[in-house]
Design a protein around this ligand. Structure first.
Ligand code: GUN
Ligand code: ZN
Length: 429
């Protein structure tokens, strides 16, 4: 028997991308949304949906804004327990904090404890889909997918592959990286709402041979995503140049090994040369902006306005635990601040779009998630625009929906997430 639910509130969807034309003019506001069998059927006037579906269960969210759940296009769930580790920049931060923590994921019990903790934290922050790195341990991938599956989530992840410039206990080999990734892919890709991502960590921690093996695996499974890091810090870019003297630039270390494509997710992508920008745009690859990470680890300023003006595909992400938050609200706030420092005030509609439809597009899932429209999966949140006194008093004088949402973007946290639905089922609130 099919189950129907009507959610009442201020139902907010996008009619188009707010980076083209007037961003303020991209919202579609309705009184209610009808959900059936985990999908959005339609939005409209509450009375109309009610009379068309009299059997539907009604949940009234009052003044809350109902939107698509947030999509985090780049995170490291294994870094949950070492988030906010003090005082270092990328390479030292990896060696001092990240690698020791990731070693603990050889223990399946620890991996499943952290996977569950991570997904509970992200859900309570309104994130309904993430693209996560795991560790080199197949157990860490099993733990993540098992935890996501039991929560009914659309989720994507992959075994992080690395075979050099890391502690021995965190190095696989070219062959084991290929074999383990392939076995995990065959076990999990396409099961329920889960998908496997081919995941070479970044060029400094893979030999050319391993990068080629990852490229071959991706070519054999072209419907999979591929994720890696690109040009995050100047020292890292220099290191890549010294490790790959024959490469034209950092991106070329991926391109030469079959690791450049439309379904590629390139985290950070701050220090790009013109050739790299051209190639990324030509193939339709995704640049994933991780603003709290870029300020926290001291990486630098991603130029969102330039990337969008060039026609790049761009997603937004926490990069937990290089990023200092699990919250896509906090991430939007940081993106706004970095926009200010690079000369463009991003409109609230642009920020919200990046955190939902934009990231879904980066993951090639924007036909399924990231917006409220007929046929989309019902991964939704109810956002309280008055979750603290400071936010409430500012939102009270707002003259339109975007001005009302902006204080929550800038000052909101998990208290603003009043309810979460995954696949049409209430997951929180
Ligand atoms: N580059 C390679 N690995 C990582 C990581 O775990 N976090 C970040 N921010 N950058 C990386
Ligand atoms: Zn990362």
């Amino acid at each position: 028997m099919s189950s129907e639910t009507i959610l009442k509130g201020r139902v907010l969807g996008f009619t188009r991308c707010p980076f083209e034309g007037d961003p303020a003019d991209t919202a579609r506001l309705d009184e209610a949304v009808l959900i059936r069998d985990g999908h959005v059927v339609r939005t409209g006037a509450a009375a109309e949906l009610r009379s068309a579906s009299p059997e539907a269960q009604v949940e009234d969210m009052g003044e809350a804004v109902i939107t698509a759940g947030f999509v985090d296009a780049h995170a490291h769930y294994p870094q949950t327990a070492m988030i906010a580790s003090w005082g270092k920049r990328l390479i030292d931060w990896l060696n001092a904090y990240t690698f020791p923590e990731e070693m603990r994921f050889a223990d399946p019990a620890y991996a499943s404890e952290i996977a569950g903790r991570y997904l509970d934290l992200t859900l309570s922050n309104g994130t309904t889909t993430v693209a996560s790195y795991c560790t080199i341990h197949p157990e860490s991938v099993e733990a993540f997918f098992t935890a996501a599956q039991s929560r009914g989530l659309r989720a994507a992840a992959g075994k992080t592959c690395m075979n050099r410039n890391a502690p021995d206990a965190l190095c696989d080999t070219t062959q084991s990286a290929y074999d383990d990734s392939q076995a995990l892919l065959e076990t999990w890709h396409g099961v329920d709402r889960l998908s496997y991502i081919v995941t070479p960590r970044f060029s400094p921690t893979s030999t050319p041979d391993q990068l080629s093996a990852m490229g071959a695996l991706w070519a054999e499974h072209p419907d999979c995503l591929m994720q890696t890091h690109l040009s995050e810090q100047p020292d890292e870019v220099d290191w890549v140049k010294s490790l790959f003297p024959e490469a034209r630039d950092y991106l070329d270390t991926y391109e030469a090994h079959g690791l450049l494509g439309a379904r590629g997710l390139y985290g950070h992508a701050i220090y790009l040369e013109p050739r790299e920008r051209d190639r990324l745009r030509e193939v339709g690859a995704a640049l994933v902006h991780c603003p709290t990470s870029n300020t926290f680890i001291g990486s630098g300023l991603f130029n969102m306005a330039l990337a969008k003006a060039e026609g790049q595909r761009v997603g937004l992400a926490t990069d937990t635990g290089g990023g200092s938050s699990f919250s896509m609200l906090r991430t939007m706030a940081a993106a706004y601040e970095i926009g200010q420092l690079t000369g463009t005030a991003l409109h609230p509609a642009q920020l919200y779009w990046l955190a939902t439809a934009g990231s879904a597009g980066a993951m090639h899932m924007d036909d399924k998630i990231g917006n409220i429209a007929p046929g989309m999966e019902a991964d939704l949140i109810a956002l309280d625009l008055a979750s603290t006194p400071a936010i409430a008093q500012r939102a009270a004088s707002a003259e339109d929906i975007w001005e009302a949402i902006f204080p929550t973007i800038m000052m909101g946290d998990d208290r603003a997430i009043k309810a979460v639905w995954t696949g049409g089922r209430r997951a929180l609130g």
